[in-house]
Ligand binder design. Structure first.
Ligand SMILES: *Cc1c(COP(=O)(O)O)cnc(C)c1O
Length: 972
């Protein structure tokens, strides 16, 4: 463009550069919309709204020392350069992480597809049938491969699954007096560490050694072995399992999912619990995660299984429909009676693993597993023919070589050839094959181990193995049972079929690609495309978590810089990146507090004060950290009752460990007394744990550390843009004040600078689910300090606009100063139930007819809806939601007045499906079209729930958690 003779008053170049262009993309309301909403609230500016809403005493002055905003181009280019400092070798380290090939149809249409990754946990099953079916497939796949009866829909990682297996054994084993859990030395070291961390507060004794000896020497409630072992061997545990059962204890197997394609299942050997990682079914290693852990056990233990289980139920038309089984139990995580605190799991990755199995099918998987095994056989046969000694004489994919004093030289030679191996002990080397392994790898390893002139002929060895077979998987250990016989695993092997199946499921669900999901406490904000892009860069995706640190310098820099940014935001001195969910952050933070008290000679401090309004994970985490929960009352305004709190703190001052408190409160208000509350805890010798789920109402306006917290987790999948993935992944790093920094988790394999080296791990990987950290990094970098402050301000603006507008039609339960709410508000449906019989569930289901996902139902107060719009929703979208809620209120009014029938009305029958529309026997007392089309705008764009209202009770009474039996298909 020619710019001759510019008149005065034109923008400068820096105006035109639009460095903060992203900020206006992330924040939903335009300036004009913001002004209109401010006007509706009768305030002049965002600043004035903050003045009115956020107590002066907790505000922090700008700047908090974050860089200013940058463009998408700039941030991605910078991060690409950082990622380039990671060196991607061929990874043959094993230890529970192997390279894999994500089928591109799954990569693009699931992992990189907001239709899948922005969905919420399927608490509203009528608009979640797609991902519920995917998860049911996952459970079926796990059942087939493990040989057990019941599987859950994922845990966080193999090591935390191991600790859940231990606690299940303690609950279910008949050996009630026994207090020891035995672990074979062939279990991955990170799993042993996480188990030891979990066992210590619970008072269990963990004994590691040779199981064959240990079982005769101890009384125990459970045992754990790795199958195949961490160094590769395949043991037949059948006899050992009999011995364990004779002692009334349970046997757990940590199993490799790919090996199970070829090996006799642990279930067939008699194992009671089988768990492991589903990573190598198409999910990148990602420097430690996220990946789904699987967990299967006997039907008899179903009420004791941690995590979510998908079950089959029926809908109002008697049609088969899926839902989370025992959902009510899950939702409250059983509070202080909890046995597990798992909330966010790994849904997106579990789905990917199931899709991998569906795409390849049983034959495809056998080919892949067979190829991996053959490569290991060829390498081993060649080495043995040249006199190299193997530590294991059975294997699936892992060989351990006894190399004596040659070991380090061989390791270095492999490294020089671009291959990472595992150093084991002083003289052993571990080699693990995977889906990406090939002939070149075998040749390169022969050369590294035997020298250039090894003279081995790969094809000749292969021909001989092919002709004569190998004994590396003993005949008795070979799988004879069929796997994956269900039609779903045998129908979608062409890319066209697969693509359509993925789309079919996706189209059944509501995600952020359709409409706002105003889930209080869950902060379903924009997950910007630019934030997602680095996750699947090979430089981040393909690194093993235990790769030598000099190959992970890109990760190190990214994590260091992110920690610095999170410290600036929270005011803390250090960050522990290990916890891979909010609840795991709580647990990790409480352990740090526990360790701190112990170091000060205060081991007896074990009382944890928790307000009654707390999320269920809080008391659950406290129970895991061996704390005794003392509940603190809330007053009728929803605030912590400070008098009650002071009385309890003083009563327990000699053994007070800490307070767990959410801020702003789960009631959606900034409590004025929060600093006083923290002071009371400190005065009585306790520490303050702040549940950071509501950090979106604090960023760049307030800080947990400045308020008085000693430790707090950040739900990066809420405030910091990691998408919910349909129920995971997440990340829950904790920020700590300096005095707690030495007491946070470390890692037995990859040491972390800062915490004491002897501290145990809380997750399998040193930096948790590291590969999704770039999402948070990019978000903060794009927004910069000013953008983040604007985000917080707009989150408050949107919430207050909603609460004001909805307040004209529904009672708003709690407000803070000047009648303002924080970033979310609770509307009370209980009074309407009194007058109309309409419940919060009816309202939630009716919203589906308008194309909306319901807000959070009955948390933190039963009979209410908690609405959190976030800053990313425009005024136009908020108005659409308000219109729907107003129309619903009008329908309730008609029920109240008797104009509409009390039972046969669109609220009680919601949601409506196409089947309702074509039902030849319409006998309801309202117009047929009023069901699915309450407002005309829906005729232009309509989301159809695919099932009618699901029977909550039926599914739990008739618990059925696998795919429909194959015979049922045959009958059709
Ligand atoms: C989401 C949430 C948690 C639990 O976090 P997860 O990441 O799901 O484990 C804890 N407390 C509150 C208030 C929450 O909203």
């Amino acid at each position: 463009m020619q710019a001759a003779n510019q008149p005065n008053g034109q923008p400068t170049l820096s105006d035109l550069e639009q460095k903060d262009a992203f900020v206006a993309r992330h924040i939903g309301p335009s300036t004009a919309e913001q002004n209109a909403m401010l006007q509706a609230l009768d305030v002049d500016s965002l600043d004035a709204l903050i003045e009115q809403t956020v107590p002066e005493s907790i505000r922090v002055p700008a700047p908090i020392n974050l860089p200013s905003s940058r463009t998408e181009e700039e941030v991605l280019a910078y991060l690409k350069a950082v990622a380039g400092k990671n060196q991607i070798n061929r990874s043959m380290i094993g230890m529970g992480y192997t390279d894999t090939i994500t089928p591109n149809v799954i990569l693009r249409n699931v992992l990189e597809n907001p239709g899948w990754y922005t969905a919420y946990t399927p608490y509203q099953p009528e608009v979640s049938q797609g991902r519920l079916e995917a998860l049911l497939n996952y459970q079926q796949m796990v059942l087939d491969l493990t040989g057990l009866d019941l599987a859950n829909a994922s845990l966080l990682d193999e090591a935390t699954a191991a600790s859940e297996a231990m606690t299940l054994c303690k609950r279910m084993a008949k050996a009630k007096k026994a207090n020891a859990f035995l672990i074979d030395s062939n279990v991955h070291p990170q799993s042993i560490s996480v188990i030891e961390t979990r066992a210590e507060p619970l008072g269990y004794e963990v004994i590691v050694g040779d199981l064959n000896e240990l079982v005769d020497q101890h009384e125990f409630f459970g045992v754990l072995a790795q199958y195949p072992g961490t160094t590769g061997e395949i043991n037949d545990y059948a006899e050992l399992i009999d011995k364990v059962h004779a002692k009334k204890a349970l046997f757990c197997a940590a199993a490799d999912i790919m090996s199970l394609v070829l090996l006799k299942s642990p279930g067939e050997l008699g194992a009671d619990v089988v768990f492991g990682s589903a990573q190598r079914f198409g999910v990148p290693m990602g420097f430690g995660g996220p990946h789904a852990a699987f967990f299967a056990t006997r039907d008899a233990y179903k009420r004791s299984v941690p995590g979510r289980i998908i079950g089959v139920s029926i809908d109002a038309r008697g049609k088969q429909a899926l839902r989370m089984a025992m959902q009510t139990r899950e939702q409250h995580i059983r509070r202080e009676k909890a046995t597990s605190n798992i909330c966010t799991a790994q849904v997106l990755l579990a789905n990917m693993a199931a899709f991998y199995a569906i795409y390849h099918g049983p034959e495809g998987l056998k080919t892949i597993a067979g190829r991996i095994h053959r490569l290991a056989d060829i390498l081993a046969t060649g080495l043995q023919s040249k006199g190299t000694e193997l530590a294991n004489d059975t294997w699936f994919d892992t060989l351990t070589l006894n190399l004596g004093d040659k070991r380090d030289a061989v390791y270095d030679a492999a490294l020089a050839a671009g291959i990472n191996l595992r150093k084991n002990g002083n003289d052993q080397l571990g080699i693990t094959f995977d889906e990406r392994s090939d002939r070149e790898a075998v040749e390169a390893l022969w050369t590294a181990i035997l020298g250039e002139n090894h003279g081995l002929d790969l094809d000749a060895i292969d021909a001989e193995l092919s002709a004569n077979g190998s004994s590396s998987i003993p005949a008795a250990m070979q799988r004879e049972s069929a796997i994956l016989t269900h039609p779903v695993f045998n129908s979608y092997h062409s890319e066209t079929e697969m693509l359509r199946y993925l789309k079919k499921l996706e189209n059944k669900d509501i995600s952020l690609t359709h409409s706002m999901i105003a889930l209080g406490s869950c902060t379903m904000k924009l997950n910007a495309t630019a934030e997602m892009i680095p996750v699947t860069w090979p430089e981040f995706a393909n690194l093993h978590p235990f790769a030598p640190m000099d190959q992970a310098q890109g990760y190190k820099q990214m994590i260091d810089e992110l920690e610095e940014m999170l410290c600036a935001i929270t005011g803390f001195d250090a960050i522990c990146m290990q916890p891979n969910s909010g609840a795991q952050g709580e647990y990790a933070g409480l352990l740090a507090i526990r360790n701190f008290h112990q170091a000060n000679g205060d081991a007896h401090r074990n009382i944890c004060l928790i307000p009654t309004s707390a999320h269920g994970t809080n008391p659950a985490s406290a129970a895991l950290a061996d704390m005794k929960v003392v509940l603190v009352k809330c007053d009728d305004k929803g605030n912590v009752d400070i008098d009650d709190m002071r009385a309890k703190a003083e009563e327990h001052k000699d053994d007070l460990s800490c307070l767990m408190i959410t801020y702003p409160s789960t009631h959606g208000v900034y409590e004025e007394g929060i600093k006083e509350i923290c002071q009371i805890v400190h005065d009585n010798g306790g520490q303050v744990y702040m549940d950071g789920a509501n950090l979106n109402a604090q960023v760049a306006v307030s800080q947990p550390a400045a308020i008085g917290a000693d430790v707090s987790h950040m739900n990066l999948h809420k405030t910091f843009c990691i998408p919910h993935g349909g129920g995971g992944p997440g990340m829950g790093p904790i920020g700590v004040a300096a005095h707690l920094a030495p007491f946070v988790a470390n890692h037995p394999v990859q040491q972390i600078d800062g915490p004491k080296a002897t501290n145990g791990a809380v997750s399998a990987a040193p930096w948790g689910s590291a590969s999704i950290l770039p999402i948070t990094y990019v978000y903060i970098a794009l927004m910069g300090e000013n953008g983040l402050r604007l985000a917080t301000e707009n989150a408050l603006l949107n919430a207050n606009y909603l609460s004001t507008k909805l307040g004209e039609h529904y009672p708003v339960l709690y407000t803070g100063r000047n009648n303002r709410v924080a970033h979310e508000c609770i509307i009370d449906i209980r009074p309407l139930k009194e007058t109309s019989g309409i419940t919060e569930e009816d309202v939630a289901k009716r919203l589906m007819d308008f194309g909306f996902h319901a807000p959070t139902m009955s948390f933190p107060v039963a009979g209410t809806l908690m609405i959190e719009p976030t800053e990313s929703e425009s005024k136009a979208e908020l108005d659409r939601f308000i219109d729907a809620m107003v129309q619903i209120r009008e329908e309730i009014r008609q029920v109240e007045s008797g104009e509409m029938d009390a039972d046969s009305n669109p609220l009680k029958h919601a949601p409506h499906t196409l089947e309702d529309l074509i039902d030849p026997e319409w006998d309801r007392k309202y117009d047929r079209a009023q069901g699915p089309f309450p407002i005309p705008a829906l005729k232009e764009s309509k989301i159809w729930p695919t099932v009618n209202r699901i029977d909550n009770v039926y599914g739990d009474r008739n618990l059925f958690c696998s795919c429909i039996p194959v015979e049922a298909y045959a009958e059709d």
